[in-house]
Write a protein that binds this ligand. Structure first.
Ligand SMILES: Nc1ncnc2c1ncn2[C@@H]1O[C@H](COP(=O)(O)OP(=O)(O)O)[C@@H](O)[C@H]1O
Ligand SMILES: Nc1ccn([C@H]2C[C@H](O)[C@@H](COP(=O)(O)OP(=O)(O)O)O2)c(=O)n1
Ligand SMILES: [Mg+2]
Length: 259
């Protein structure tokens, strides 16, 4: 699954020497790259095989509780949380070359071009020692999804969808109190429209692939987390780092695996 091909990745260049250099620059040691197969023009380099990373996409409308539940998943299962929105807001705060463009789009409730977001995610994936990721607020559009597949060359293992009524999402966003420029009723209305038009097809895509877990996002934070636990407990590779007794949470009937 986690295959990368030299021509498709700017991180991997066309000789084994420059491969080593680019790995060093990106913080990856030789033999620890994401690659299982690297093909280039003059030779074929096969670094030692390693386990593919475990990837979860976390979907849901604005205010559905994605970030809140991600914090709990991280505490319990040790995945690394990558919030697409946080990565974009960091670009704004750091006044990078895309910062102003990102700010204008977010202010207007719009989606940032996929290439920008995917490259920010790619940097985090490649520089992390963790092999288990929660990618929050991504993919928000079919274009996001396709760009991730093209650039990262990986599929998610699990897709969570926090299903929340619009009135509840509006209430939560307007009370969020984090000083976000998009937490106002005008932007929120636009974001909900965009969510319904562009994120629903992504949800349907993963539903058809049998990867979607739909979670009722109404209730207390702890109640909702009780619906999330059995999903992660069903993956062997996550139990290793689980801080709970997996047996005690199996069998919740409140989660729908929409496969
Ligand atoms: N189950 C819940 N019930 C009530 N409020 C919640 C719940 N989960 C999260 N919140 C609050 O709602 C707001 C939005 O939650 P957040 O996790 O930021 O959502 P998202 O990342 O999906 O936009 C935050 O202020 C958070 O504290
Ligand atoms: N994949 C993404 C994720 C977020 N964005 C932009 C557009 C979104 O309205 C903002 C905020 O996203 P974020 O996930 O932080 O928002 P919520 O937590 O759902 O309220 O960032 C994007 O353009 N593409
Ligand atoms: Mg969030």
């Amino acid at each position: 699954m986690w295959r990368r091909v030299a021509l498709l990745s700017p991180m991997i260049s066309s000789s084994s020497r420059s491969l080593k250099l680019s790995q060093a620059a990106s913080g990856l040691k030789v033999g620890e790259s994401f690659a299982t197969d690297i093909i280039n023009q003059d030779e074929r380099v096969s670094p030692p095989k390693e386990k593919a990373p475990f990837i979860t996409f976390v979907l849901g409308g604005p205010g559905s509780g994605k970030g809140t539940q991600c914090e709990k998943i991280v505490e319990t299962f040790g995945l690394q949380h990558l919030s697409a929105g946080d990565l974009l807001r960091r670009e704004i705060a750091m006044h990078t070359e895309n910062g102003a463009m990102i700010l204008n789009l977010i202010k207007d409730g719009k989606i940032v071009p996929s290439e920008v977001t995917v490259k920010l995610i790619q940097k985090e994936l490649e520089s992390s020692d963790n092999r288990k990721f929660l990618i929050d607020g991504f993919p928000r559009t079919e274009e996001n999804r396709v760009a991730f597949e093209r650039i990262i060359r990986a599929d998610p293992d699990v897709v969570l969808f926090f299903d929340c009524p619009e009135e509840e999402m509006v209430k939560r966003v307007l009370n969020r109190n984090q000083g976000r420029i998009d937490d106002n009723i005008t932007t929120m209305k636009k974001r909900l429209k965009i969510f319904n038009a562009l994120n629903r097809p992504v949800i349907d895509y993963y539903k058809n692939k049998g990867k979607l877990y739909t979670i009722n996002a109404v209730g207390t934070v702890d109640d909702i987390f009780q619906h999330v636990l059995p999903i992660f407990n069903s993956f062997e590779q996550l139990k290793e780092s689980s801080h709970v007794n997996p047996q005690s949470h199996l069998g919740s009937s409140l989660v729908e695996n929409s496969s």
